[in-house]
Design a protein around this ligand. Structure first.
Ligand code: HEC
Ligand code: HEC
Ligand code: HEC
Ligand code: HEC
Ligand code: HEC
Ligand code: HEC
Length: 407
């Protein structure tokens, strides 16, 4: 029995070493070591092959884990029934795509919140992620669901870069010095990568006929961004271009449309005052200095200077009238616990009932299907990034009220 054990041990050792070798710096804002994705010197010399079954499966070799940390954005294997996905990043944990929730309504009918409604259904054959079965193309656009992968949105070679503080994005000009996600400022001879290696104008991933019309947003995230928000919020300062970037695939939704209730990229105007005063249902005694919540983030005006955005990252202040409502005000970019990838449950009436989160194991209205969406209270709390229910009103209504104050 000694031999297999030795082999297993050395395989484990290789895996761990590889993990440590890449830790903290792989892409560094641009093209990572080719062999990290293509195998040693591109195996066939042409870089046509990938280490994973497909593009997303190649990314998930490093970006998925049983206990996802830092840059890992998918719990793998997916948690069993009754247990929540574990990553708590701004974009969210893709494992929600594998969580199917069902319940029985008061009138005996069945309710459901299927996994595929919880996020962007990336194709990753090596990890059991399959295309959306109901939405064939991006709503409000034409991007084929059958081609959606990590590299639909992120440029695997990280070529898009910010070359000045005025928001100029190019794919050449100066070399990239470091990641553009944490506030580094471009200099006269070094650019910084685009926020989160997001693709921009003219981008066409291999095999796709769809072409991006808009550049990546300018934004700054805190260095520690995969964390519970029980004690403080993880604040990403979104700058210019956030909503327009989503419109690369959802063109028609930008201005609000017949089949989507809300405009995006609009200035808050007087609504900023509402956001700042709103603390919770029935309590409008707040002040701008402490008004921010990452459940309802906004875009900082048309900011393009990473240094300015860096200051927002550590602030708890609410918006000014020239700040904007963005797609990410209500949605996460990858996945969430809720239908239509919303940041909170937009389906039910209540976010809390009698001071507690809803759940199939809760009392009163908290047990109702549309409120619990088939989750246990502990799962619900995890989908709220471990915030304490006591931060809300005893009977908290929809967070649309943070801006519209109708409760
Ligand atoms: C983070 C992962 C990653 C890294 C690092 C990476 N590539 Fe790629 N590369 C990809 C993916 C994914 C594709 C798309 C392949 C596909 O879908 O079949 C690709 C495609 C290519 C292609 C095909 C042309 C195209 O359509 O883009 C070439 C050539 C290539 N890579 C070269 C390189 C070289 C050279 C390096 C190192 C400087 C490199 N790659 C680093 C992931 C990576
Ligand atoms: C060999 C391991 C490895 C592979 C493969 C890999 N990544 Fe990463 N990725 C990392 C590490 C480590 C970090 C954090 C440090 C960094 O950004 O260099 C990271 C960070 C990132 C970030 C945040 C970067 C930033 O600057 O904000 C994005 C986005 C990302 N990866 C996307 C991808 C995509 C898309 C693929 C597949 C095409 C991929 N990664 C493949 C290891 C990997
Ligand atoms: C529909 C577009 C889209 C797809 C598909 C997508 N991403 Fe992202 N990703 C984003 C955006 C936008 C952000 C920035 C979110 C934010 O800051 O709120 C992001 C953020 C990230 C981050 C930083 C951590 C975080 O959660 O904010 C990593 C790492 C990452 N993506 C990797 C991946 C990998 C790996 C895949 C495929 C398994 C993938 N992404 C698929 C759009 C996408
Ligand atoms: C590369 C193209 C692409 C980009 C960029 C993109 N999406 Fe999508 N999106 C799609 C596709 C394709 C679908 C339909 C398939 C699916 O839901 O998996 C979709 C579906 C959605 C859905 C519906 C999910 C559901 O199942 O009900 C929401 C919400 C959404 N996107 C929001 C966003 C937001 C917010 C952004 C910007 C952060 C964004 N998208 C950027 C391609 C894209
Ligand atoms: C004020 C909140 C809010 C903003 C801002 C917002 N959405 Fe939505 N979105 C929702 C809600 C709530 C739903 C689910 C109910 C519905 O379909 O209207 C939804 C649904 C969707 C869907 C699914 C539609 C379908 O046919 O299944 C997509 C796609 C989407 N949003 C994309 C976007 C994009 C892209 C933006 C930015 C241009 C955006 N949303 C801005 C709240 C918002
Ligand atoms: C970050 C603040 C914010 C949040 C959160 C928010 N809204 Fe709005 N809402 C706005 C702004 C700003 C406008 C005005 C947009 C404009 O100038 O056309 C608006 C306009 C509207 C309108 C009028 C639409 C129109 O076409 O003029 C409706 C209805 C609405 N919101 C409903 C909602 C609902 C429902 C939610 C929750 C899903 C929500 N809002 C969340 C800021 C917000």
């Amino acid at each position: 029995m000694g031999k297999p054990a030795t082999i297993l041990a050395s395989i484990a050792l290789i895996t761990i070493t590889a993990g440590f070798g890449f830790a903290e710096t792989f892409h560094n804002g641009h093209t990572g070591a080719c062999e990290g994705c293509h195998g040693s010197s591109g195996a066939d010399g042409s870089y046509a092959s990938l280490l994973g079954a497909d593009a997303s499966s190649t990314c998930l070799r490093c970006h998925a884990a049983a206990n996802p940390q830092d840059y890992q954005i998918a719990t793998d294997p997916p948690p069993a029934d009754g247990l929540p996905p574990k990553a708590m990043t701004p974009a969210g944990d893709f494992a929600y795509l594998k969580k199917n929730y069902t319940w029985t309504n008061g009138n005996g009918s069945r309710g459901q919140s299927p996994g595929e409604r919880h996020g962007h259904n990336i194709l990753a054959a090596g990890y059991g992620y399959v295309a959306d079965s109901t939405l064939n193309v991006s709503p409000g656009g034409t991007y084929p669901a059958g081609q959606l992968s990590c590299i639909s949105c992120h440029d695997p070679h990280g070529n898009y870069r910010l070359v000045d503080v005025y928001g100029t994005i190019t794919t050449d000009h100066n070399p990239i010095g470091e990641s553009g996600s944490y506030g580094a400022v471009p200099t006269a001879d070094a650019a910084v990568g685009s926020y989160r290696l997001l693709a921009g104008k003219g981008y066409q991933p291999k095999g796709s006929t769809h072409v991006f019309a808009n550049d990546p947003p300018i934004a700054v995230a805190p260095k520690e961004y995969n964390r519970s928000e029980s004690t403080s919020d993880t604040r990403v300062a979104y700058g210019k271009g956030m909503s327009k970037w989503c419109a690369n695939c959802h063109e028609a939704l930008l201005g609000g449309s017949a089949n989507h209730l809300h405009p995006a990229d609009a200035e808050l105007g007087p609504i900023a005052g509402m956001y700042n005063n709103y603390i919770k249902s029935g309590d409008m005694s707040g002040m701008q200095a402490g008004a921010y919540t990452s459940l309802v983030p906004f875009q900082t005006a048309e900011a393009t200077d990473p240094q300015q955005l860096s200051m927002e990252v550590t602030s708890t202040a609410g918006p000014n009238p020239n700040d904007r409502v963005t797609c990410l005000t209500c949605h996460r970019a990858h996945a969430s616990g809720w239908d239509s990838i919303t940041r909170w449950n937009a389906r039910g009436t209540f976010i809390t009932v009698a001071g507690e989160y809803p759940g199939t194991d809760a009392g009163g209205n908290g047990r109702d299907g549309e409120n619990s969406t088939g989750k246990l209270m502990a799962e619900y709390k995890a989908a709220m990034y471990n915030r304490d229910a006591a931060k809300f009103a005893v009977f908290q209504r929809q967070l649309c009220n943070k801006c519209h104050g109708k409760d």
